[in-house]
Design a protein around this ligand. Structure first.
Ligand code: ADP
Ligand code: MG
Length: 314
């Protein structure tokens, strides 16, 4: 891919995380759109980093973002990763869009997203990979509405939120991780539950005034863990919502504070909420089209989504 770089042209900037920028690029030889992420080699020498990233080649699953290659850019000497471009954007962008329209994700759609996340995690687990950084911006959606996990921790440096700094602490991290303890595949279950809850409620579930890591640790270790609640219609224009008991229980179980009591992803797949969902057909392609106002088949309507949807968000 280093040799192919001259054929890649930037289409639009998808955003920027702690590590570096992500661009939508086009391979001018084929017209294929890809996502290219620049990774700052903080502690790992670039060559070693590229070697580590090449392990991503061995991952292939419908709920995991496809990895094409990692290389050191001949022009800038930066480490770059090429991956599948997900037209549907991230759950973060989708959540913002739904909120703008005063909408809500429906429970059957939320459950399909849950299925995708946990099938992806279960697959990573089978490869002995802990994701380490599940959060709405790392859960992407394809143009067909399939959920795809990205930025998982094959190399510590691919993870947006790097260890032991406040800026590197994701609010979605499990208590054991935030406290600096051992973390496991069960830590991903916490982060996934919180991600689903954020999407369902159109807001991050913790109080807004948690501004530092000490406060976050205090909150997460001492206060009651948030629960998924039904909501009444309100003045802001939101309709009332009632979630099923299964969904509430599912979120509760994901947010088990004691990691030794928290189930693994494979166990979460056996939870009635996901089992029922797996027996239900939901048109996820239609859902993602509706979120972004895409015409059936083909191009987005007007100037929405595509480049402009994602280029102006962080
Ligand atoms: P973060 O995930 O912390 O926001 P990143 O640098 O990982 O930071 O990503 C920047 C933005 O690019 C995010 O909004 C993310 O959802 C988006 N993004 C990353 N990879 C892809 C991809 N393969 N397809 C579409 N969007 C992507
Ligand atoms: Mg990311």
């Amino acid at each position: 891919w280093a040799e192919a770089e001259e054929f890649l042209v930037d289409v639009s900037r998808l955003g920027e995380g702690a590590g570096g920028e992500v661009w939508k690029v086009e391979d001018t030889r084929t017209g294929t759109k890809l996502a290219r992420k620049i990774i700052q080699a903080r502690t790992t020498p670039p060559k070693q980093l590229v070697r580590e990233l090449k392990y991503l080649k061995d991952t292939g699953h419908s709920n995991i973002v496809r990895f094409y290659g990692a290389y050191i850019s001949p022009s800038s000497s930066e480490v770059k990763v090429l991956m599948e471009y997900c037209e549907g954007g991230s759950l973060e962008a989708i959540g913002e869009k739904i909120k703008q329209g005063k909408g809500r994700v429906s429970e059957p759609v939320a459950a399909k997203i849950g299925e995708g996340i946990f099938n992806g995690l279960n697959y990573l687990h089978s490869k002995r990979i802990i994701h380490r950084d599940i959060k709405p911006s790392n859960v992407l959606v394809s143009k067909h509405g399939t959920v795809k996990l990205c930025d998982f921790g094959v190399s510590g440096e691919l993870v947006d939120s790097f260890a032991n700094t406040w800026t590197g602490t994701s609010m979605y991290m499990a208590p054991e991780r935030i406290k600096g303890g051992q973390y496991t595949i069960r830590s991903d279950v916490w982060s996934s539950g919180l991600t689903l809850m954020t999407l369902a409620q159109n807001r991050f579930p913790y109080p807004e005034d948690l501004t530092g890591i000490i406060e976050l640790i205090n909150y997460i270790t001492k206060e009651d863990i948030p629960k998924l609640m039904d909501e009444d219609a309100d003045q802001d224009g939101y309709a009332e919502v009632q979630w099923s008991q299964n969904m509430k229980d599912f979120i509760d179980v994901c947010l088990t504070r004691d990691e030794s009591q928290r189930p693994k992803p494979s166990e979460m797949l056996q939870h009635p909420w996901l089992v029922e969902s797996s027996q239900r057909k939901v048109n996820m392609a239609q859902w993602i089209r509706e979120v972004w106002g895409w015409e059936k088949r083909g191009r987005p309507t007007g100037s929405s989504h595509g480049s402009s949807q994602s280029s102006d968000r962080q």
